[in-house]
Design a protein around this ligand. Structure first.
Ligand SMILES: [Ca+2]
Length: 497
């Protein structure tokens, strides 16, 4: 059907545009998803010293033309488990994928299967990371495990196909290629999932020198000594200075390059690495040096990814798809960009518990909307997809459709608290923990016998969570209320471990 408003294009017709241009098709859903992308590195969030030097115009466009959520929390802050939640709408203990390395049971009910049943054509391109072969997709084209930043193999409908080039560009291009070849009679659901900006951070050749002349500001908590916490944090192995694998980082690369790529990449990194090793920098200066290297390469990887967001949005514009496609941007979790001296994720502290969420839906979401307060979660994504598609939502799903929030009205009985549970005890020295937040207070339980401890934060007076107030008499009432809330959520969500 021709987009009549493009032909007529006058304000007079905008009022009745919906009746004239109403598509017989339900909206398409484009789910743009990345790996380890912190809100601190997205300029639409605009609350951080990083975003001025490293803007993200692609993601910002989705936010400016749609809605941005400030409090989107993940249920389990690590790659595979977050993806399994988005496939199933169930917490890790019910979908069976608790830790990276688990194998996803693809025989269970998943959102692509339900959308397919509802008449959608479904596809996934890029990072999958759930080990088993994707199910429920008319087309899949996925990296093996973590994949690599250059020259990826993409396991494509049963066949491994090698590609040459930068992986973020290839995932963008292959996503477009699938959009071109899809059955245009059906609405589509495309999960376009980037590897970037996951470590080890290998930027596109075109971005190697970008930020070279900038000294990136440091987070205030770069030298956190964890004295304000109950113990587990001090046992981490995710320190910028000590746990990135300095020798490996300096002397080897992660990707398998073509000779031409290698020449450019190596010419940039080798002299810098050799100079650092020769200088034998120690103490805080060593942390600072590693921080600069880490954050610049991270931001360069974000830039390569964001350019592909822009490319996909342009494809929608150029193919008359923008009006009838709901575009999501999110990441599998947040990330530490030097806060508390860390890289990586896993903890229930804000930087990795929170994940970006921006959504554009012309005609439904008011452009430039910001939802600052409602507690939303990746567990809500599947029900939102189904609701958009007017498909039935299974009773067993544990989230809630975001549709009313997208329309600007939060139901009175929207959740007032959110449950978190991390299982991969030991990964980067992070202990098993679970907890609850109500947006202001956060209660964290570390149940393993070697810790058997709690933390309690007031995010209003201590937004960077530098000092646990557990058993502080002045917060006794709040602490006891949050403990009761934690038990209630564990019962409601059927958590028995
Ligand atoms: Ca991740």
């Amino acid at each position: 059907m021709q987009r009549i408003h493009l032909v007529l294009g006058t304000l007079m017709f905008l009022n009745c545009a919906s009746s004239i241009t109403a598509s017989p098709q339900r909206p398409n859903i484009l789910f743009l998803f990345t790996d380890d992308h912190a809100t601190q590195a997205i300029s639409a969030y605009g609350d951080n010293y990083l975003t001025e030097i490293a803007p993200t115009p692609g993601i910002d466009r989705i936010a400016n033309e749609g809605i941005l959520f400030r409090r989107c929390y993940v249920t389990n802050s690590i790659c595979g488990p977050s993806r399994a939640v988005i496939q199933t709408g169930k917490y890790s203990h019910l979908n069976g994928f608790r830790k990276n390395g688990d194998t996803f049971d693809g025989s269970q009910v998943t959102v692509p299967k339900l959308l397919r049943k509802a008449g959608y054509e479904t596809a996934i391109v890029g990072k999958w990371h759930l080990k088993s072969t994707p199910t429920g997709f008319d087309h899949y084209e996925v990296l093996k495990g973590q994949g690599q930043y250059y020259n990826p193999g993409l396991f494509t409908n049963g066949e491994m196909i090698k590609h040459v080039g930068y992986t973020s560009d290839i995932i963008g291009d292959q996503s477009i290629k699938w959009l071109e070849s899809r059955d245009k009679e059906k609405p589509f659901f495309l999960m376009s999932q980037q590897k970037a900006p996951h470590g080890r951070w290998e930027p596109a050749l075109r971005h190697l020198e970008w930020l070279d002349d900038v000294r990136v500001p440091e987070p205030k908590s770069l030298f956190d000594d964890y004295s304000g916490r109950s113990g587990p944090a001090a046992g981490h192995t995710m320190g910028i200075a000590d746990h990135m694998g300095e020798k490996r980082l300096m002397l080897s690369y992660s990707s398998k390059f073509t000779p031409e790529q290698f020449e450019v990449f190596d010419a940039y990194f080798r002299p810098r690495n050799e100079a650092f090793l020769a200088a034998k920098v120690t103490g805080k200066d060593r942390t600072r040096w590693h921080y600069q290297r880490y954050i610049k390469n991270y931001l360069r990887c974000v830039r390569g990814m964001d350019e592909n967001v822009t490319k996909l949005l342009k494809y929608l514009d150029d193919n008359d798809l923008a009006e009838n496609t709901v575009v999501f941007y999110s990441s599998d979790q947040g990330f530490y960009l030097g806060e508390h001296g860390w890289f990586d994720k896993r903890w229930m502290y804000e930087e990795s518990y929170r994940t970006p969420l921006v959504i554009r839906w012309p005609g439904v979401i008011k452009p430039g909307s910001i939802n600052a307060d409602d507690l939303v979660s990746n567990i809500d994504f599947p029900e939102t997809f189904l609701d958009i598609a007017e498909a039935p939502i299974p009773e067993a799903m544990q989230g809630r459709s975001l549709l009313p929030l997208l329309k600007g009205s939060t139901p009175n009985d929207w959740r007032k608290s959110h449950y978190y549970h991390y299982y991969e005890s030991g990964g980067h020295g992070v202990a098993l923990h679970y907890g609850v937040t109500d947006g202001r207070y956060k209660l964290i339980r570390f149940p393993e016998p070697k810790y058997d401890t709690w933390e309690f934060y007031d995010l209003e007076t201590d937004p960077h969570e530098m000092e646990s107030r557990y058993n502080d008499p002045s917060l006794a009432e709040e602490q006891s209320r949050m403990k009761a809330e934690l038990e209630k959520l564990r019962t409601d969500l059927k958590v028995t471990e």
